[in-house]
Design a protein around this ligand. Structure first.
Ligand code: NAD
Length: 256
């Protein structure tokens, strides 16, 4: 379905981003991976699906590096049709104890990076009158949790940006939508499980049950594969008139 299209997925060396990159690759898209840590493993996983893959290590807190990555995607594959703004980090602390440097980093990586990548890809997408911008927000773009001020502020901002991007391009072939996962068991969440286990002196599996039980009525994690399938839907012809939605996949978290 996506043969000949190129997708750039930020923060795709791990977790949800890698899941979405693999789902788009399985549909035939060329993939540009981005993120830190091991690169060879994710490159091999995406290549195994038959996709052409490239990697750019832009730090998503740096607008000039984002610009260089988008240039890299276009020169490598000749176009850039799908942008998935996914890179993100977390820090948990009460507001009065929240390190200013962590606040700035979360706002830059989780929110401003989506603005920069979007403003830079829109001219190419509008020229071809086709494009898909998918912002990986969170249930925390819709509701809040204590001790996540920067994350919740950034994710609410991403959903606002999603709506404006959708509206400004509503009469074109460029759509923009957000995905709002509940808990997904990735390194980002594993750290929160580990912290809970240590703080309460309980086992990892008890901490996992507690974490799910507090927020997610299904008591199940959403998977990167399920989120990848939703991204594929947004890219399909059936998604042509889906514009500006914040689609939660959260086991009932926000239905409560
Ligand atoms: P993860 O830690 O597994 O992956 C994060 C990715 O972002 C990695 O590839 C990492 O290298 C990359 N990254 C971090 N800082 C970066 C930077 N400065 N520049 C470039 N890349 C950077 O986390 P994840 O859980 O897969 O999270 C992915 C997205 O999904 C995030 O935006 C997160 O907020 C969102 N999300 C996650 C959950 C969850 O439960 N895991 C729930 C809702 C939303």
């Amino acid at each position: 379905m996506l043969k000949g299209k190129t997708a750039l997925v930020t923060g795709s060396t791990s977790g949800i981003g890698l899941g979405i990159a693999k789902a788009l690759a399985a549909q035939g898209a060329n993939i540009v991976l981005n993120g830190f840590g091991d690169v060879d493993g994710p490159m091999a996983e995406v290549t195994a699906l038959g996709a052409k893959v490239s990697y750019h290590g832009a730090d998503m807190s740096k607008p000039l590096e984002i610009e260089a990555m988008i240039q890299h995607a276009r020169t490598t594959f000749g176009s850039l049709d799908i942008l998935v703004n996914n890179a993100g980090i977390q820090h948990v602390a009460r507001i009065e104890n929240f390190p200013v440097e962590r606040w700035d980093a979360i706002i830059a990586i989780n929110m401003s990076s989506a603005f920069h990548a979007t403003r830079l890809v829109l001219p190419f997408m509008l020229e071809k009158n086709w494009g898909r911008i998918i912002n990986v927000a969170s249930v925390h773009g819709l509701v809040a949790s204590a001790e996540k001020s920067a994350y919740v502020a950034a994710k609410h901002g991403v959903i606002g940006l999603t709506k404006v991007t959708a509206l400004e391009n509503a009469t074109t072939g460029v759509t923009c939508n957000a995905i709002c996962p509940g808990w997904v068991l990735t390194p980002l969440v594993q750290k929160q499980v580990d912290a809970k286990a240590a703080a309460l002196k309980i086992s990892n599996s008890d901490a996992t049950k507690l974490l799910l039980g507090e927020k997610e009525p299904s008591l199940q994690f959403t998977t990167p594969e399920e989120l990848g399938a939703l991204a594929v839907f947004f890219c399909s012809p059936a998604g042509n008139n889906v514009r500006g939605v914040a689609w939660n996949m959260d086991g009932g978290w926000t239905a409560q």
